[in-house]
Design a protein around this ligand. Structure first.
Ligand SMILES: [Zn+2]
Length: 302
């Protein structure tokens, strides 16, 4: 059974010239177990491959009441925690290499605060990193990073040299709205680092509705290479770098498939399969996730 028919208003939200159009049947239907959106369907665009979760939601905030989604959890212990921390610190250094003179960095949609904490650790003395999110209070794992709610950050006139936005854009039905807000917070010439799951990930067909990339109902849109690039470029950013990312898709999808919360055992299995996963994603050119580094256009004096 399908939900209400797709209307013309449901054209691909990254469409530039109105040429995009969604297929009339979903690629996947998912029973989410979430009271706000118990049954969802995901449709993709005929032209650019971009996916949308239906029914649409005007306001996604209720999905994150009390930081109850997996995005805010920091429950790992022991070796998993240490390995994640190592990987996150390395990521922070790599991201900062795109803006070596940054004095003020923001992590938009900071979730559990781990990336903001790692960026703060990697920044030199006299610079600062802010974790930014819905809530008034900071997450527990934010470390030496400072914290601002989105509402407070909007009032703050000081601008950022760099903003990271990892696995956030896909959480809103209107990702352009998020990117425009990020742009308004960046200085001219400032750098944004975006990462999102790939709608065309090779593991989608293996795991079906259990593939972690769908993450329904929290993932509202599902980017393809074309749709992510199109969104960034039409928001007046210049793309500096594209990168294919091999994420923890196998571990999380196996957890979904078995109905067990992701734990150290799944993490170990994911590590064991990682070489195979990496090779499969490279050979097919269908990675788990897509990363784009882009620069906000400098204002020209007229
Ligand atoms: Zn499209």
């Amino acid at each position: 059974m399908f939900l209400s028919p797709i209307s013309t208003a449901d054209f691909c939200p990254v469409s530039v010239n109105g040429s995009c159009q969604l297929h009339d049947r979903p690629v996947v239907e998912i029973e989410t177990g979430n009271a706000h959106a118990p049954h969802v369907e995901i449709y993709t665009c005929i032209h650019c491959g971009h996916g949308v979760t239906r029914p649409a939601m005007d306001d996604v905030a209720p999905l994150y009441d009390n930081r109850a989604s997996e995005d805010f959890l920091a429950r790992d212990a022991g070796w998993v925690e240490r390995l994640k921390s190592f990987v996150t610190r390395r990521l922070a250094r790599k991201l900062l290499s795109h803006a070596p003179k940054a004095r003020k960095v923001g992590d938009f949609g900071t979730g559990n605060g781990a990336l903001a904490s790692a960026i703060a650790e990697a920044l030199p003395v006299g610079t600062e990193c802010f974790g930014l999110d819905f809530f008034d209070k900071p997450p527990a794992a934010i470390g030496n990073a400072r914290y601002q709610s989105f509402a407070k950050a909007r009032r703050d006139s000081a601008k950022f040299d760099m903003i990271t936005c990892f696995h956030v854009l896909e959480h809103d039905d209107q990702p352009r709205r998020i990117l425009d807000r990020i742009s308004s917070m960046l200085k001219p010439g400032g750098v944004v680092a975006l990462e999102v799951p790939n709608v065309d990930c090779v593991w989608n067909s293996w795991f079906g509705a259990a593939c972690s990339n769908w993450y329904a109902p929290f993932h509202r849109v599902h980017f393809s290479r074309n749709s992510l690039k199109s969104l960034v470029e039409t928001a007046d950013f210049e793309v500096i770098e594209h990168r294919d990312i091999c994420g923890p898709t196998i571990a999380l999808s196996l957890a979904n498939l078995t109905g067990i919360k992701p734990n150290a055992a799944f993490f170990a299995i994911g590590l064991m399969f990682r070489p195979i996963q990496w090779i499969a994603e490279k050979l097919t050119a269908r990675p788990s996730a897509l990363r784009i580094i882009a620069r906000k256009e400098r204002e020209t004096l007229s």
